[in-house]
Design a protein around this ligand. Structure first.
Ligand code: HEM
Length: 532
């Protein structure tokens, strides 16, 4: 296998790094309209030196400290048009990107309470969002500093670069200038990886050639080789072209990309989606249906997601006591690193911790094809079926997970809204879901349409993802979704049928963006994109 070396200085930092896991738990998203191409290009020229790239930080070799904040940029199709890209380049973008999320709402299942007419005001007017600037920061004050930097540059560029307001917030607020996001915090004031339903999120992410993060992340992040699933022998990195334009993908093709090639290379596409979480309905459902479910509310929560709320995969840890025992062991192993008094002790503690940490990711569904552990329709199994889709079809595919490898999503994003313990649907809380990949249509849209909102690939008919599906609204306020929790013969547990699932997640807006490489950003800023 030849090693893929990526030009990390040319790739924006949010492609390679999930910032909240690097000490940057706060975020602010700003959206601009470009009324005047000249002013817009000037804005970009000024902004270029402030954009965070994927160049490593915090390593001895790199000799640079982790930043206090990061700034990244992306464009809608309309944005690129207003910035003066030539027609031939615009036409070479994939159609779904040109149509934007609103234009694709039909296939995304954005109906009823998720319909575009009900999105946050910023997203209800078509074509006004042109530039997306994402800031991540260590704390509120760094967030303010970075915001001032961006806003000053926008103002200096003249009246042609306009910040678009219109994000909903607490109470009646519906004209906020920014979308603020933040990790949730535990009782001791430490940021954690929870989202508002109480699950640990951001565990699983694709690992691809050249990504340069810890190679042990290939376990669970790469593709299944057929070897021992619990070790690196069972996994291989995915092809770079699944996540970055200009590289070979899993089909050994170069992904469809805008022209010229130098403009596309090291760029990618980003899906931004504001997803409201009906936490009141979720809690009520767990309490009421959880009383009838033999495993109780907490196991029901785990069966709907495919992971226990502490993150332990249910296909591996079948009971709550196993999951709790694992979590306690993990905490203990983590604490042992800090309390080690000698280098040897510390190294041994680190090895122990890393072996345990791997258990969060080292699984597929080949030993759980029938869903007795992780239900076939659980959220994580639908959104990344690993090798669980082939249903014992022997040698039908070259690889056990061939069907999923072309549908992987590089997830970024953070929760937004209140987390003060008041758990009502009508309050303001959810996640800003962001997913990066070389093809919005083949990756995000397929997962959203076929796997989240439809069940046929899993032999589940019309059943949708219990957590994120757009369950139809029945006359009754409880909703109309269904989900099957397959029986577990090992535990002599009979199947259980979840009825009247309400829509736990509603779309509140978003769009499709192109994330340029630094080279492409400079080309846009200089007005010299030449497709010929
Ligand atoms: C509010 C809505 C959502 C919530 C609360 C949610 C929650 C979660 C949780 C708790 C996990 C497990 C943690 C992890 O593996 O990182 C997860 C994983 C995942 N989710 Fe979601 N999710 C939501 C929406 C979506 C949507 C809309 C998609 C795709 C269109 C999606 C795709 C994924 C993927 C690909 C994984 C990783 C699965 C794996 O690799 O095993 N999620 N989500």
């Amino acid at each position: 296998m030849t090693e893929t070396k990526l030009d990390l200085q040319d790739i924006q930092g949010n492609v390679i790094k999930a910032y909240p896991r690097h000490g940057l738990p706060k975020g602010r998203y700003l959206f601009y309209q470009i009324d005047d191409g000249e002013a817009g290009r000037q804005f970009l020229q000024e902004l270029c030196p402030h954009i965070t790239t994927s160049a490593p930080w915090g390593s001895k070799a790199a000799r640079n400290a982790p930043p206090k904040y990061t700034i990244n940029i992306a464009f809608t199709y309309d944005g690129l048009k207003h910035l003066g890209l030539p027609q031939a380049t615009l036409q070479s973008f994939p159609e779904e990107f040109a149509m934007g999320m609103r234009g694709r709402s039909g296939i995304l299942g954005d109906d009823g309470p998720s319909a575009p007419a009900r999105w946050d005001p910023i997203w209800t007017r078509e074509g006004q969002v042109h530039v997306f600037i994402a800031i991540n920061a260590a704390d509120e004050s760094q967030l303010e500093t970075a915001t001032r930097v961006v806003q000053r540059l926008a103002r200096q560029s003249g009246a042609g670069v306009v910040l678009i307001r219109g994000h909903r917030g607490d109470g009646d607020a519906d004209d906020l200038p920014f979308q603020d996001v933040s990790a949730l915090y535990d009782d001791q004031g430490r940021p954690n990886a929870k989202e508002h339903f109480g699950y640990t999120d951001g565990i699983s992410n694709p690992y691809f050639k050249g990504i340069m993060t810890d190679s042990s992340n290939v376990v669970g992040g790469g593709k299944v080789t057929g070897g021992d699933i619990e070790t690196e022998a069972g996994w291989e990195p995915l092809e770079t072209g699944e996540f970055l334009l200009g590289y070979q993908d899993e089909a050994f093709e170069w992904p469809e990309a805008p022209q010229p090639p130098v403009f596309a290379a090291n760029g990618t596409f980003l899906v931004y989606r504001k997803l409201h979480e009906n936490v009141g309905s979720f809690d009520r459902y767990l309490q009421t249906v959880g009383q009838q479910y033999p495993g109780g509310p907490e196991e029901l929560a785990a069966k709907l997601a495919g992971r226990w709320r502490n993150g332990a995969p249910i296909t591996t840890f079948r009971t709550q006591s196993e999951a709790d025992g694992f979590a306690a062991e993990w905490e203990h192993a983590k604490a042992a690193i800090a309390s080690a008094t000698t280098v040897e002790e510390r190294e041994a503690a680190k090895r122990r911790f890393s072996a345990l940490n791997r258990k969060f990711s080292a699984f597929d569904y080949t030993k759980d094809i029938a869903g007795g552990g992780c239900p076939v329709g659980a959220h994580v199994r639908r959104s990344h079926p690993r090798s669980g889709l082939e249903f014992n079809v022997d040698k039908a595919f070259q690889r056990p997970d061939a069907l999923s490898n072309r549908r992987r999503l590089l997830r970024r994003g953070l929760p937004y809204g209140r987390s003060d313990g008041r758990r009502r649907d009508e309050d303001n809380h959810g996640i800003i879901f962001m997913s990066l990949g070389a093809s919005i249509r083949r990756q995000f849209e397929f997962v959203q349409q076929q796997w989240i909102n439809y069940g046929n690939d899993f032999r589940l008919g019309n059943d949708k993802d219990p957590l994120a599906g757009n369950h139809g609204l029945a006359d009754s306020p409880e909703g109309a979704g269904r989900a099957v929790i397959e029986g577990d013969p090992d535990r002599k547990a009979p199947p259980f049928f979840c009825a009247n699932l309400p829509r736990f997640v509603e779309t509140r807006g978003g769009d499709y963006f192109f994330v340029p490489s630094m080279t492409a950003l400079r080309m846009i800023a200089d007005g010299d994109v030449d497709p010929t």
